[in-house]
Every structure is written in structure tokens, then in C-alpha cells.
Design a protein around this ligand. Structure first.
Ligand SMILES: [Zn+2]
Length: 298
């Protein structure tokens, strides 16, 4: 029987036994050697719950869906949906398609996770302490280098997967185990080049889970893959349609809706006109090349 369809993996294997090791390799989406392909491969994402907030996902928690209150998610399902649903469905270009170029596409896979109970005895105590910050200034620009240093210093693979984008869920309220007195809802992301290895990360306040409050997943992962803020001064009110990376331009105003996908932005805090797609592709390739080099020594 002649078929125009591409050969299946099994058919290829029968024809080319030498492909067996390659197929075994690619069958495991968690294998960091996948980054050694010439084109972009989906990023592994490690989601880590740093906060002890009672609403935080745990191995036994249940969470009401933010849009459909008749649906509930387990803690693990909530973490998975942050990446495989909310991030993947919204990390798009201006025409609503995936972020792609000749280098491939920028995509994400939920591959690893840790709940707060899993990492209670981690050696990364500085990073763990960020889970329940009592000082809102922690995420101020002048502190962010210290935050990056805390991530970089962490050598516990469960807390900082060295070959993944690490998403940390924290609580930026003044949570002292007894009371919540907080309306802030912050996030933070950085590609975090440390020496010649990238240690990219995103921090998201628990109130921003389930894609609430201004494009949290796609905006912060944009930062983690090297994007700066876009800064269109015409965006004056919260309801104005704006680019995913729009910020308040350092003064009055707002980030707008952040619903417009990545593309060319005319206003940027430091760089003028910017091709966000090209920047995302270039930084993603740089990160994956550096990881491959660290893994293989070549
Ligand atoms: Zn930002």
C-alpha cells in the first residue's frame, strides 16, 4: 500500500535502526538535551510554589476556576494550566498566531513542579523566603538584582531547574500567618544571564494565577525571554488596548489591556522601535544554545 502520509516513528525505526537512540531521546519531553537541536524546541517550565499562603496550590488543594465557578482544579492541574493553557494560549503575535520565525517557534511545556511542602527543607533558603515577602520593596527595581542573585545562587534542581524557565508563585502581601492586608499584585521576569549561563525566571503573585490582572503569564515570560517594556504614551487608561509588554512609561498612566500580541512596538523605554518577535526568537535561541553548551561542553 502506497501512502502519501509521512512515515510514522515506528516505520522510520524499522527502516533505520540507528534512529532508535534519537527516538528514545525525543520521546522524553523532559530531556534537556532537546535544546541541542538546531531549531528552537519548546522550553521546559518548572513551576514552584514558594508561598505558604492558605490559597496557594498544594498536593491536596482544590481551586475554583476564575471564569467558570462550577469548575474546580486540583493544585497540580492549576499549575499545569498556568503553562499549557494560560501562557500557551496568550503568548501570541499581533495576528493571534504563535511566535515563530525561521528558527522555529517559542513554545512552552509544563514539565516539572514543586509544592511548598516538597521544598520545605531546601538549601535555597533565600529564595524560599521570597515566597512570603513582608517588604513590598523586594520587587522594586533597585532590589531586583538581589532577587536575581538569590535565583542564581540556588543549586537545588527542584527549586531551580537549571534547564527550564522557572516560574515562582509567591505572595507579595504582608502575610504573617494570621492576616492579609494587601491589594498589590506584582510580577517579575528576567532572562538572568549569570556568567555565560542563562537562569531565567518569572515571579507571579498568587492573585495573578489563572490569567488575572493584565496578561500576567505572557508579560512576565516576555521579560524572561529578554523583552523590555514597551512604552506607548498614548495608552492613558487601564482599558486602552495595548501591547503585552506595555508599562506605565515610568509616570502616570497604565499598562492598558496588554491584549495586543507581540510585534513591532514604536515606543520602548530604552531602545526605540523594536521587533519583539525577532528579539524573542534570538534570546530564546541564545538561551537554548547556552544550555546545550553547558550540558555537552561543546
Ligand atoms: Zn513588566
Amino acid at each position: 500500500v502506497y501512502s502519501l502520509a509521512a512515515p510514522t516513528a515506528l516505520e522510520l525505526l524499522l527502516r533505520e535502526p540507528l534512529l532508535l537512540p534519537l527516538l528514545l531521546l525525543t520521546a522524553c519531553e523532559n530531556d534537556p538535551l532537546l535544546y541541542c537541536q538546531p531549531d528552537l524546541t519548546p522550553f521546559n517550565v518548572n513551576v514552584v510554589v514558594l508561598t505558604e499562603h492558605p490559597d496557594a496550590p498544594t498536593a491536596t488543594s482544590s481551586h475554583v476556576d476564575a471564569v467558570d465557578p462550577t469548575s474546580t482544579w486540583s493544585g497540580l492541574e492549576l499549575l499545569r494550566r498556568e503553562i499549557d493553557v494560560h501562557l500557551s494560549d496568550n503568548f501570541l503575535d499581533a495576528s493571534g498566531g504563535p511566535v515563530c520565525g525561521t528558527e522555529g517557534c517559542v513554545e512552552f511545556d509544563f514539565t516539572n513542579w514543586a509544592f511548598r511542602d516538597d521544598i520545605a527543607s531546601t538549601s535555597c533558603t533565600e529564595l524560599l523566603a521570597v515566597g512570603d515577602v513582608s517588604d513590598p520593596a523586594l520587587f522594586a527595581v533597585d532590589y531586583s538584582n538581589e532577587l536575581a542573585a538569590a535565583v542564581s545562587a540556588c543549586q537545588d534542581d527542584e527549586v531551580r531547574d537549571p534547564y527550564a524557565l522557572n516560574l515562582y508563585i509567591y505572595d507579595d502581601c504582608d502575610w504573617d500567618g494570621a492576616a492579609f492586608d494587601c491589594t498589590t499584585s506584582t510580577g517579575h521576569g528576567r532572562s538572568n544571564l549569570d556568567g555565560d549561563v542563562f537562569k531565567p525566571y518569572v515571579f507571579l503573585d498568587i492573585t495573578r494565577l489563572q490569567h488575572q490582572t493584565q496578561a500576567p503569564e505572557e508579560h512576565e515570560f516576555g521579560h524572561a525571554l529578554g523583552l523590555a517594556h514597551s512604552c506607548d504614551p498614548a495608552i492613558a487608561v487601564t482599558g486602552d488596548v495595548s501591547n503585552i509588554m506595555q508599562s506605565s512609561c515610568g509616570g502616570a498612566g497604565s499598562g492598558g489591556t496588554r491584549t495586543e500580541g507581540f510585534g513591532d512596538v514604536d515606543h520602548d523605554e530604552t531602545h526605540g522601535v523594536h521587533d519583539q518577535i525577532q528579539d524573542l526568537l534570538e534570546t530564546s535561541l541564545e538561551i537554548q544554545d547556552a544550555w546545550c553548551e553547558a550540558l555537552t561542553g561543546s
